[in-house]
Write a protein that binds this ligand. Sequence first.
Ligand SMILES: [Zn+2]
Length: 434
Amino acid sequence: MATISLRDEATSLLQELIRLDTVNPPGNETRAAELLRDYLGESGVESELYARTPERANLVARLPGNGNGPSMMLLSHTDTVVAEAGEWQFGPWSGELRDGEIWGRGALDMKGQVAANAVAIATLARDGFQPEGDLVFVAAADEEVGEGFGLPWLCDAHPDAVRVDYALNEGAGERLELLGRPFYICSSAEKMSSPFRLRVNGRAGHASVPGIADNALVKAAPLIERLAAYEPKLQLGPETSALIEAVAGRPLQPSEALELAREVDPLAAELLEPLLSLTLSPTMISASSQRNVIPNVCEVVVDCRLLPGQTQAEVEPELREVLGEGDYELEWLEGHGGTRSPLDTPLWDAIERFVAEIDPEAAVLPVCVAGFTDSHWLREAFGTVAYGFFPMRAMDPQVASRLVHSADERIAVDDLELAVQCFRQVAVEVTGAS
Ligand SMILES: [Zn+2]
């Protein structure tokens, strides 16, 4: 084992992980947890399986510290979304290695990071690394569906196993060039998924005599149009301000920044836009279940994403003003995510130092991601500082983002190796060598 390179070790572990089908549902993540337990055990890293039901285990492994430094988690999930084998050039569970890339469902989201994390902690243990604070490895179940088998359950049922000061998770890490300068993006905040339902009321009647009824579907139409036309006020959070200053070299108003981003690169605008305001997308509608019955109720579901820190209570009056008077009720369906971590932390500094070493011209840019990851459970439960970072410079970021959750998902071995080096270095710097 001592002679194998980090690169080869991560490659073969990732291939083994891809070959285990952990499509969620049903997940069956215990397969991956057992493989990882055995792999880590060979390097003397102790781990434990925590499972709400036997087939859906989470794995928590630990290099225990002496309690004199901060603890840090390398966080990942082992489940994947589904794959339609017929659409792929190589089987989604083949782990095919071709032209320096490893193919398969989960290569990017996120068995690549599972493997890189595992190799980082296993090789640090073999090197005799003894941290001051605990270095914790978590391979969680059920991130893609989120039915309470994964990290939220661990935080609730086994908080002592997963309470940490710092965590590194999925979410970003791509290398971009903006205005001629390279940047690596690191996600430090997430928007809140905050969908709501509009229930528009009318009066039923036979569709052949529309005059006697009050058609709720027709009444919903102008409300939907108002939501679609609404342009929420743009605002700057700490991530946005830091991002704009790093790229433009000076502070800008949000509208100026968006204009500049559109000129620079469509990808820059895509990154920036969701950071500047809440978003509203009406996506579902239901009314009468019979063609000849005028509906007395029409329900519209709107996908709404709030800025980190924004609350439903402060946004609701704004939405009601947009919708105007009318016979409708507005009901929030849920509120998940919407958390952020500060940027002036030892974990951020460690990521910056790593980036400066591998790419001296490059800077690290904080971003807010539109979806949410498992990071928000740690932030909410323990106040953990959590970032999303998997350094990626071999694969084009636009290619990579199209491959996530689609056919022909694959990862460059160069990026996998880079991530192992990154996680080893950052973990040592944050937890402190004793
Ligand atoms: Zn993921």
